[in-house]
Design a protein around this ligand. Structure first.
Ligand code: C2E
Ligand code: CA
Ligand code: CA
Ligand code: CA
Length: 279
């Protein structure tokens, strides 16, 4: 029931064919993962489409299980949400990413924005604003150094409530990014009202770019829509030079993907950026 994933970590198939006992054991282990120090963050750069400069980094959660090895967030995040363990785990992610960002700021990268992903449960939790404020304060970050990525589906699930929370975060000065755009069911009316600075085109559209004219037309329409609403457009999952060229031509602002840089431990990031900027 476990399979080697594309990213060198294991996928435990969720509900469908995983056995309940295995899920139960994994859930139990997840409860200890934080205190046992098994969780870590990797960081994937975001690059300016025009000049290739790093404009920010996205924190991505990793679980190094003592027996099963590295487990994909796609496998354990649903468990973390179901058990609400995502609250303490997510609070740790926010604090740990801000701690790391302080180090990069001290190294002179004050033009970077640090992106942290938020789940539906986190967005709805009453403590979120305080956790964000506290992390910014503790690590002496300015609010604009932090971007919170919320998927389109999360944002739209309870659109009125999302709007309230996102507005309060935006008032703090935190940047908001709408992730996996194109996979949910956006009401354009809400999209207009969300205080979002950034729209991330889901990698599904990027992957099939160049295969048919249709995908280019869809991406082009998303870029036009986002720009009209004053948002920066990020394309994620850029894997080929052809995709990159097309996205630049279509007017995408920011690129992210294996072609340019994979998620990596914080320690490797500065060396990667120096190497990259020298190219
Ligand atoms: P996401 O936010 O859409 O992140 C992009 C995912 O695509 C990441 O998978 C990243 O490693 C992968 N990726 C990046 N470039 C490429 C590429 O060129 N090709 C392909 N095929 N994949 C690429 P990852 O790290 O496994 O994370 C999966 C999802 O788990 C994330 O999707 C995000 O929704 C969620 N996640 C990750 N970390 C956190 C976290 O700290 N908190 C919360 N709430 N969710 C997280
Ligand atoms: Ca994301
Ligand atoms: Ca995404
Ligand atoms: Ca995603």
């Amino acid at each position: 029931a476990k399979e080697r994933g594309r990213n060198d970590y294991y996928f435990f198939d969720s509900a469908m064919n995983a056995n309940a006992h295995q899920q139960f054991l994994l859930q139990q282990d997840l409860g200890y993962a934080l205190e046992r120090g098994e969780l870590a963050l990797h960081y994937q750069p975001k690059y300016g489409a025009q000049d290739g400069q790093v404009v920010g980094v996205e924190a991505l959660l990793r679980w190094q299980h003592p027996v099963h090895g590295a487990i994909s967030p796609a496998s354990f995040l649903p468990l973390a949400e179901k058990t609400r363990l995502i609250i303490p785990i997510g609070n740790w992610v926010i604090d740990e990413a801000c701690r790391q960002m302080r180090i990069w700021l001290a190294a002179g990268h004050d033009q970077w924005s640090l992106a942290v992903n938020l789940s539906t449960i986190q967005l709805a939790s009453p403590g979120l604003l305080g956790v964000v404020e506290e992390a910014l304060h503790r690590h002496r970050l300015e609010a604009h150094h932090l971007t919170l990525e919320i998927t389109e589906s999360t944002a739209m699930e309870n659109a009125e409530e999302s709007l309230l929370i996102l507005n309060r975060l935006a008032e703090l000065g935190v940047k908001i990014s709408i992730d996996d755009f194109g996979t949910g069911y956006s009401s354009l009316l809400y999209l207009k009202r969300f205080p979002a600075n950034e729209l991330k085109i889901d990698k599904g559209f990027v992957t099939s770019l160049g295969q048919t004219g249709e995908d280019a037309a869809i991406v082009s329409a998303i870029i036009a829509l986002g720009h009209t609403l004053g948002m920066r457009i990020v394309a994620e999952g850029v894997e080929t030079a052809q995709q990159r060229a097309l996205l630049v031509r279509l007017g995408c602002d920011t690129l992210q993907g294996y072609l340019l840089g994979r998620p990596m431990p914080a320690d490797n990031l500065l060396a990667h950026c120096t190497g990259h900027e020298a190219l």
